[in-house]
Design a protein around this ligand. Sequence first.
Ligand SMILES: CC(C)(COP(=O)(O)OP(=O)(O)OC[C@H]1O[C@@H](n2cnc3c(N)ncnc32)[C@H](O)[C@@H]1OP(=O)(O)O)[C@@H](O)C(=O)NCCC(=O)NCCS
Length: 262
Amino acid sequence: MSARTTITQVGFESIDVVAPLWEALFDHHRSIGAAGFAVIPRERTWALRRAHYERVFAGEANPTLWIARRESTAIGYAVAFDEFVAGSEGRMLETLSVAPDARGSGLGTRLMAAFDGEVRRRGLVAALDVMSGNDRAKSLYLRQGFEPHSEIWMRSRPAAGKGTEQAPASLSELVAQAGLQLTIVPGPDDTWQSSDRIAVLITSAIEAGSNQLATLEAIDALQRVGCWTIQVVMPASPSGVSFRMSLRAAGFAPCLERMVRR
Ligand SMILES: CC(C)(COP(=O)(O)OP(=O)(O)OC[C@H]1O[C@@H](n2cnc3c(N)ncnc32)[C@H](O)[C@@H]1OP(=O)(O)O)[C@@H](O)C(=O)NCCC(=O)NCCS
């Protein structure tokens, strides 16, 4: 990497500088098949991602933006914030992107080192999400000591009707019965076609067969109220083989993998 490439930590006011680098990351995700899910039009992605960064910088602890510049051109960036990871104090590497013509010459590793330096100094657990099928990025993370921790499976299938049905009173009961935690996150997603509200169901115990039925019923209830993008977070394989099979049969597929380094 040329000595003229500098990495600096900057504030949110510089966020628009990274728009083309985010779009390059979007292009990369699209080129690897976007985990098999339909993507939004490219011209919409930056506005949605920018809104996400706005929420991160307004609501998360210690949000950080690093920008790598060669001369005055931004050629890479990373975003991170503090988050509880697997029950410990941790730090999430939210985005890592290098311009296409600067890839493969050490800049991504240098940006990760900026993130890592702080993580190690503060004794934090590090985490990141990688899209299913982004094998080169995953191999970089494995080399940096990250290990698969959990998987996120998704179904994003527009509801036929308007989805105005009331949530059944039993939804929270079903969610509890299934041993799940339900979080509704703001959408639409900045990469995949999704509903305006995205339901995230988190399960930590996926072996119990009785949970599967309640999980599928909770998914159906969410779909009926217009939450047609549903993500299920579960421990990394090989656990829960039959749970995975029932999700597949219901139209789910893996979309992201969370990797963690303790
Ligand atoms: C992943 C990425 C940030 C790594 O930055 P980089 O500057 O290319 O990485 P480095 O030069 O420090 O390290 C190279 C390693 O990165 C990995 N890599 C991942 N995607 C790559 C790509 N598209 N081109 C080159 N290397 C890539 C490879 O494992 C490579 O190791 P190798 O040369 O032994 O195959 C960058 O390639 C990129 O922006 N890729 C597209 C977007 C992306 O996948 N971002 C991560 C989302 S989780």
